[in-house]
Design a protein. Structure first.
Length: 408
């Protein structure tokens, strides 16, 4: 399902009939799948798009799955139970099976695949989002793993120092040995660099396939009359919205009419609201929670700048979505962001809170700089399409399927 078919609250819109160049892309996907014998494919994911904590990883998986399904591949996605959702449903041509909780989904999905229940017979995609499914240990079909980024300090942010240490050991020492011969798909060159140098994956097995941007993200309307900073993401520790809020408060006196809107939900909402209230910033920093996709598009178009203080990202899809609307970004210099932003051309990359504040101050205060970065953002965004993403990811699985059959 394309992002234009996904409401922020998980609502599903009717997909459009493929026409023109899109129909040609779908046909090529089907030809590639037929050549590699990929008629039934399973995807294993920790969360589903309808999960309350769904984010960019889930949008990426759902979009690719829907395009594969449109090309004639029978796709089944196994994931954990989501409150208020049925155990089995269909979305844009692919099947979703939601069984077991957050942690039991890993052994249950593996056992179901080994037993051949409901899943694909020709190929398997594992989405490694923190905790792996360890598919190389049990998968009998050609398989690949999507690993968007190294999690590293995310473990401590999410689980605390004790359990976080166990997670870091699992990711850095145990899992790479198990996945040493498995093709890996990641989203950016900077994430590939981390996977090779931090986790010691073989360079030839790590493939970069950037996420796309739906055509609905485009210029329109007019910019806000007052300085408007927008941020979009889950309200969780790794996104470091507290750092962004500190940076905004630091420069507010220089831009007294500035408004900031932080879109998203998550378990850190109360902490962030307290931070805003204690700083007396509740009148100009808003946290509307989940909003419609039309409202997000409107914010991208009206914003003077999109910002993120995140510590870890596979890409930063909100960055390139906003760029396609002509809005530059000021974001942290991390893997993923380093590819989603062309530094100095489509936005600015920074280190830490003070640099974040300084860069935001520059962009908000310099109309000529904003205009130049806006034009660069539009140019940078032009190269990313979901058709290319769907084909690039399928090519990796197809190559593995052909290799196992002894074909080039």
């Amino acid at each position: 399902m394309l992002p234009s078919e996904i409401g922020i609250g998980g609502a599903v819109k009717k997909p459009a009939t493929p026409t023109g160049s899109r129909a040609a892309h779908i046909a090529k996907l089907g030809d590639l799948a037929d050549e590699a014998g990929l008629h039934r494919v399973s995807m294993l994911a920790w969360r589903d798009l309808d999960d309350p904590e769904a984010g960019g990883s889930e949008v990426h998986a759902s979009t690719v799955a829907s395009l594969w399904a449109e090309a004639g591949i029978e796709v089944t996605m196994r994931t954990s139970f989501a409150a208020g959702q049925p155990q089995m449903s269909w979305r844009s041509g692919y099947r979703v099976i939601r069984k077991a909780g957050r942690y039991m989904v890993f052994p249950r999905a593996a056992f179901s695949e080994m037993m051949g229940w409901h899943g694909g017979k020709d190929g398997l995609v594992e989405i490694w989002n923190g905790m792996p499914f360890f598919s190389p240990m049990w998968a009998r079909t050609p398989h690949v793993t999507w690993l968007h980024h190294v999690h590293a300090d995310m473990w401590d942010m999410t689980l605390g120092p004790r359990l976080g240490k166990a997670g870091r050991i699992l990711e850095a020492r145990v899992a790479p040995k198990i996945y040493g011969h498995t093709p890996i798909v990641t989203l950016s060159k900077s994430s590939k660099h981390e996977l090779i140098h931090d986790l010691h994956f073989k360079e030839r097995l790590v493939h970069v396939v950037p996420p796309g941007i739906d055509p609905r993200f485009s210029q329109g309307g007019k910019k806000s009359d007052v300085p408007l900073v927008v941020a979009v993401g889950r309200l969780v520790p790794v996104k470091r919205f507290d750092l962004l809020i500190d940076a905004l408060i630091q420069i507010h006196d220089r831009h007294p009419t500035m408004q900031a809107i932080i879109v998203g939900e998550g378990y850190r909402r109360q902490d962030l609201e307290s931070q805003i209230t204690q700083a007396g910033a509740h009148e100009w920093i808003q946290m509307p929670g989940r909003i419609t996709d039309e409202e997000v598009l409107d914010l991208y178009r009206r914003a003077w700048v999109l910002s993120s203080g995140s510590a870890r990202e596979g890409w930063g899809m909100t960055v390139t979505e906003a760029a396609a609307c002509g809005t530059p970004a000021v974001v942290t210099r991390i893997a993923g962001h380093s590819d989603a932003v062309a530094d100095g051309e489509s936005g600015l990359l920074v280190e830490g809170r003070d640099e974040l504040a300084g860069a935001l101050d520059r962009v908000l205060g310099d109309a000529e700089l904003r205009e130049r970065l806006s034009e660069g953002a539009l140019r940078h965004a032009e190269q990313f399409t979901w058709a290319a993403t769907a084909r690039g990811t399928l090519e990796v699985l197809a190559a593995e399927a052909l290799r196992r059959r002894g074909r080039p």
